[in-house]
Design a protein around this ligand. Structure first.
Ligand SMILES: Cc1cc2nc3c(=O)[nH]c(=O)nc-3n(C[C@H](O)[C@H](O)[C@H](O)COP(=O)(O)O)c2cc1C
Length: 179
């Protein structure tokens, strides 16, 4: 099982969560950490290279801070240009079939804000539906997202704990039911 972690954070120097997660995941064997903003500051994505990276891995983790109820812009651009017809979808676009996708998201708002009656009204499952629909169209298995929510009350201990949980989760070989 080879795992690709695509990190999309426009300002990792000032990041607390995503930087900690990224540094930890870099220590894992069979995990490739790919820092998207470090490679493509001008948003000119090397499509062939990105597709090759996808082909070489079985599980794709998209790691990002929640920005306006979605991902930072470069990850959207990455989807737009890398997931092409004939590669990711279409009658002959089967290159991603059977691969797994996991979202690893940090959000400023706490978990209780992301539900009916909470101040953000919608659940994370609802808000991340476009990622799930994209995975479905590409024939990928969309696995449960990994979330760390509520930056105001985040302690060092909780961050450390979540970092170890994330490392264990993305390297677990048997996440799919029946495997
Ligand atoms: C441009 C921008 C948009 C944001 N939008 C949201 C949002 O929609 N929901 C939310 O809960 N937090 C939002 N946040 C807060 C970030 O999700 C939070 O600061 C980040 O997850 C912390 O991770 P880090 O320490 O790796 O930067 C936003 C932050 C920025 C800068």
């Amino acid at each position: 099982m080879k795992t690709l972690v695509i990190v999309a954070h426009p300002n990792l120097e000032q990041s607390k969560v995503n930087k900690t997660w990224m540094n930890r995941l870099q220590q894992e064997e069979n995990v490739t950490v790919h820092n998207l903003y470090a490679h493509y500051q001008t948003f000119t994505i090397d499509v062939e290279k990105e597709q090759q990276l996808l082909l070489e891995h079985d599980r794709i983790v998209l790691q990002f801070p929640f920005y306006w109820y979605s991902s930072p812009a470069l990850l959207k651009e990455w989807q737009d240009v890398v997931l092409t017809y004939g590669f990711a979808y279409g009658s002959k676009g089967n290159k991603l079939h059977g691969k797994e996708v996991i979202l690893a998201i940090s959000s400023g708002g706490p978990a209780e804000a992301y539900r009916a009656g909470g101040y953000n009204h919608y659940s994370m499952s609802e808000l991340t539906r476009p990622f799930q629909a994209t995975a479905n169209l590409c024939g990928m298995h969309f696995l449960p997202s990994f979330l760390l929510q509520g930056m105001m009350s985040l302690t060092e201990d909780r961050l450390e704990e979540s970092t170890e949980e994330l490392a264990a989760y993305v390297t677990n070989p048997n996440l799919r039911e029946g495997r």
